[in-house]
Design a protein around this ligand. Structure first.
Ligand code: ASP
Length: 326
């Protein structure tokens, strides 16, 4: 470096100017890992892979997705909470980040204070789906079968704390009948069991069920949001199907370990915002029944506010249901 430049930089550094500028330019210098706390091939995995690819283009580095499934998403979350807070290990999780702090009275990490928020990503409708030969063609008929068959029916989910668990709880509460729950490390493997008819029913995000519903390989009875989904226009809402209280949508957010420097959080958040404007990502999200969040929700502050409010929202519901994982 020419002498003059170094002297100029040192002077700027002494004035407190050089360090942040250099720091921002320096990150990231290598591959970033994003942990998905569910198995590959499922809906959280799909959202993460699309987001990671687009973020990588903005960051000029590869963003690699790693699946750490199990225990309703808490194993993957724990891995990230315990990682170095340097921006190179991230977590893309869903609504489970709001339910686990109440569902699990003991967790191997601080479920509320163990993370920095980077930004919200998307909110995805869920669908109630069944194996192809399930003896019902509407939500009302499915409810009648559930009432009649009860625990003879196998309901697949991704473990306690998963969105499919939560959705199943809402369904069983609304119907007033329990089914036998069969947990998987994610709904990617669970949907394979549904396709082969080894389990009967499941709730899952449209990001994992749209193609199989369209091809007729599984049955779908309703979408769990207030409005119908454009990509599956014939599917009634829970309310239209007669179960208005069976409503939930699955939000996803990007996290970093507690203590990740603020400028790195901001850099990642900017990359997330850019990714969520990416035409290819927006088109694929739309085809799978979802859309990126508004840009002002893909920020650390908006994400933290929303997450904390959602913990408070689910706490009394879970406590009233008496549902705990431990
Ligand atoms: N959809 C799953 C859930 O029930 C998770 C996944 O595999 O993405 O939470």
């Amino acid at each position: 470096m020419p002498q003059i430049t170094r002297r100029a930089l040192m002077a700027a550094g002494a004035a407190g100017l050089a360090a942040p500028a250099l720091g921002q330019g320096a990150f990231p210098t290598r591959t970033i890992n994003v942990i998905v706390p569910f198995a590959a091939g499922g809906p959280t995995d799909t959202v993460t892979r699309l987001t990671a690819e687009a973020m990588g283009r903005d960051l000029g580095q590869t963003v690699v997705v790693e699946n750490v499934g199990g225990a309703g998403g808490t194993l993957g979350a724990a891995r990230v909470a315990q990682a170095r807070p340097d921006g190179y290990t991230l977590l893309l999780h869903h609504i489970g980040m709001a339910t686990a702090p109440t569902l699990y009275r003991r967790l191997p990490y601080d479920a509320v204070n163990g993370f920095e928020t980077i930004g919200l990503v998307t909110e995805v409708p869920m669908t109630l789906v069944a194996k192809k030969d399930f003896p019902a063609t509407s939500l009302a008929e499915a409810v009648a079968v559930i009432k009649r068959e009860g625990d003879k029916l196998n309901y697949a989910n991704a473990g306690i704390g998963a969105a499919s668990h939560l959705c199943g709880l809402l369904l069983m509460k609304a119907v007033g009948t329990a089914m036998t729950t069969v947990p998987f490390r994610g709904t990617g493997p669970a949907i394979q069991e549904l396709l082969s008819g080894r389990v009967d029913l499941m709730c899952d995000q449209t990001t994992n069920t749209t193609e199989q519903i369209r091809s007729g390989d599984i049955k779908a009875f309703n979408v769990t949001t207030a409005e119908r989904v454009q990509s599956l226009p014939n599917l009634p809402t829970s309310k239209e199907g007669g179960l208005p209280e069976f409503e939930v949508s699955v939000w996803h957010g990007l996290y970093a370990p507690k203590g990740t420097p603020a400028e790195i959080q901001q850099r990642l958040s900017r990359a997330l915002q850019t990714a969520l404007r990416d035409e290819k990502l927006v088109a694929r999200f739309a085809d799978l029944g979802t859309a990126p969040v508004a840009q002002d929700r893909a920020t650390p502050e908006a994400h933290r506010r929303f997450w904390q409010a959602d913990i408070a929202k689910w706490k009394p519901i879970i406590q009233a249901a008496g549902q705990f994982a431990d």
